[in-house]
Design a protein around this ligand. Structure first.
Ligand code: PFF
Length: 447
C-alpha cells in the first residue's frame, strides 16, 4: 500500500491488523511452546503478559504510527528529529528479516502437507505413520526448500502489488472460516476418549514447572502473537485514517488472538493425550497431531485440506506484514522502488532461511547452545530481539512523546476516558519496561 493509500473501512483495518497478528504464532507456536513448558501455568503467564504488556504495546505502536503517518524509520524521525530513536525501526527491520526467514520454513511445511493431500500421499496411513511420514518429508531439502520458496514468492508478489484491498476482502472470509473450522475441530478433539487429560494439561496450572526460562518464553510468545516490538504495527497504523478508534482496535485484536490461541490449545492437547502422543514434540507438534484428528472425522481429508488453506492464509497475511515493514522503509511510498526492493529483500530472506530449513534434515546436527539453527533463530527473535524492541518502544512513547499529545491522538476516533488513558500510560511507562528488564535479567541469572 502506498503512503497515501488508506484502509478502505474500519473493519478492514481491524481484520488486516488481526490477520497480521494471527498466524503461526497462535496456531503453530503456541501449542508447541505450551507443550514444552508444562501446560496450564504457561498459559496463565502468557495471558497475563498479553494483557499487561502486549495490549499496551499494541496501543503504543498504533499511536506512533498514526501520529506520524510514515514508515517506521521516518515516524521516529518525525516525532524525535535529530535523535537516534529511529534505530528502534532498524532493529525492527532486522528482527522481521530473521523472523520471516524461519517463518517461511513453517509456511513451506503447510504447503508441503497440502501437496501431500492433493497427491494422495496421506492415504492409508495410521496415526503413528503420519508423524513418521512428516519427519521424512521435512528432511528432504528439495521438497522443503521448494515449498519455502513458494511461500516467499507469494509474499513478495503480494507486497509488490500492494494489494491491501484484496487482503482486506479475503480476510473477511478467512477469519470466520478459521473460527468455524477450529470449532469443528475442538468438538472432535474434546470428545475423543482420553481427551480430559489434555484439557487438564492446558487449564490446570502446575506452577512447580515454572522456571525463569518459562517466564521469558511466555513473554516472547505474547509479543510474537501480537506482532509487537518490531514496528510492524507502526507500519500498519500509519495507513490509518484519524477517525479509527485505536484502543478499541487493539482490544479486538487482542481478543481475537486470545480466542484463536485457546481454540488451538483445545484442538491440540486433548488429541495429544487421547492418542498418546507427546506434548513435548516441539515445532512439529501441530503437524503430527492434526492429520490424526482429521482422520477421525467424516470427510476428514477434505476438512484437513480446507484447514490447511486457511492456516496458510493466516501465515501469509502475517508474512506480508513482515516484508511490508522493510519495504515500506526502503521504498518510502515510491512504487517502482517498492517493486524492486520487495524482490531483493524477499529473495535475500529466502537465502538467509535456507539453513533453518536444512536444520530439519542434513543440518540437524549443527547446533549452538544446544539449539538447531532453526531453534536459535526462533529463540533470538522471540526471546531477545522482540523484547528489546518492545522495551525501547515503551520508553520512547512514554518518555519521548508528550503525554498530552498521546492523549490527543488516542482520543481521535475514540471516547477514551482520562482514567483509562492514565492506566495505559502507567503500564507503558513503568510496568512494561520494568517487567521486560526483570524477566530478561532473571534468565541471565543476574536478578
Ligand atoms: N504475530 C504473528 C504470528 O503470530 O504468527 C507473527 C508476527 C508477524 C510477528 C509480524 C511480528 C510481525 F511483525
Amino acid at each position: 500500500m502506498s503512503q497515501q493509500e488508506q484502509f478502505s473501512s474500519r473493519i478492514g483495518f481491524i481484520l488486516s491488523a488481526a490477520g497480521a497478528a494471527i498466524g503461526l504464532g497462535a496456531i503453530w507456536k503456541f501449542p508447541y511452546i505450551t507443550g514444552q513448558n508444562g501446560g496450564g501455568a504457561f498459559l496463565i503467564i502468557f495471558l497475563l503478559f498479553t494483557l499487561i504488556l502486549g495490549l499496551p504495546l499494541l496501543v503504543a505502536e498504533f499511536t506512533i504510527g498514526r501520529t506520524a503517518q510514515k514508515d517506521p524509520v521516518n515516524s521516529f524521525k518525525t516525532i524525535a528529529p535529530g535523535t537516534k530513536w529511529h534505530y528502534i525501526a532498524i532493529l525492527g527491520m532486522t528482527t522481521v528479516f530473521i523472523l520471516l526467514s524461519f517463518y517461511s520454513v513453517i509456511g513451506g511445511w503447510i504447503i508441503t502437507y497440502l501437496g501431500k493431500i492433493v497427491t494422495g500421499g496421506l492415504n492409508g496411513l495410521n496415526e503413528a505413520q503420519y508423524a513418521e511420514m512428516f519427519g521424512e518429508t521435512i528432511a528432504n531439502p528439495l521438497i522443503t526448500l521448494s515449498a519455502q520458496f513458494i511461500f516467499i514468492m507469494i509474499t513478495i508478489i503480494v507486497i509488490t502489488r500492494g494489494v491491501q484491498n484484496g487482503i482486506e476482502q479475503a480476510n473477511k472470509i478467512m477469519m470466520p472460516a478459521l473460527t468455524i473450522l477450529f470449532i469443528i475441530l475442538v468438538i472432535r478433539s474434546v470428545t475423543l476418549d482420553g481427551a480430559l487429560e489434555g484439557i487438564a494439561f492446558l487449564f490446570q496450572p502446575d506452577f512447580s514447572k515454572v522456571t525463569s526460562g518459562t517466564v521469558l518464553e511466555a513473554m516472547g510468545q505474547s509479543f510474537f502473537t501480537l506482532s509487537v516490538g518490531v514496528t510492524a504495527m507502526i507500519t500498519y497504523s500509519a495507513y490509518l485514517p484519524k477517525d479509527q478508534n485505536l484502543p478499541r482496535s487493539a482490544f479486538s485484536i487482542v481478543g481475537m488472538n486470545i480466542m484463536v490461541v485457546l481454540l488451538a490449545g483445545l484442538v491440540i492437547f486433548p488429541a495429544v493425550f487421547a492418542f498418546d502422543l507427546s506434548p513435548n514434540a516441539g515445532p512439529v507438534l501441530v503437524f503430527n497431531v492434526l492429520p490424526t484428528i482429521f482422520s477421525q472425522l467424516p470427510l476428514g481429508m477434505l476438512f484437513f485440506a480446507a484447514f490447511l488453506i486457511v492456516f496458510l492464509f493466516a501465515a501469509l497475511t502475517s508474512a506480508f506484514s513482515m516484508l511490508e515493514v522493510i519495504v515500506a522503509v526502503i521504498s518510502k511510498g515510491d512504487a517502482a522502488k517498492r517493486k524492486k526492493w520487495a524482490w531483493i529483500i524477499g529473495l535475500a530472506i529466502f537465502v538467509f532461511g535456507i539453513p533453518s530449513t536444512l536444520s530439519y534434515g542434513v543440518w540437524s546436527d549443527a547446533t549452538l547452545f544446544d539449539k538447531t539453527i532453526f531453534d536459535l533463530a526462533d529463540y533470538m527473535v522471540s526471546n531477545i530481539l522482540m523484547p528489546l524492541g518492545a522495551l525501547f518502544i515503551a520508553i520512547f512513547v512514554s518518555f519521548k512523546m508528550k503525554k498530552s499529545n498521546l492523549y490527543e491522538e488516542l482520543k481521535q476516533g475514540s471516547s477514551i476516558k482520562y482514567g483509562v488513558f492514565q492506566a495505559w500510560f502507567f503500564l507503558i511507562r513503568y510496568v512494561v519496561p520494568i517487567l521486560i528488564v526483570l524477566v530478561m535479567l532473571d534468565v541471565l541469572g543476574i536478578w
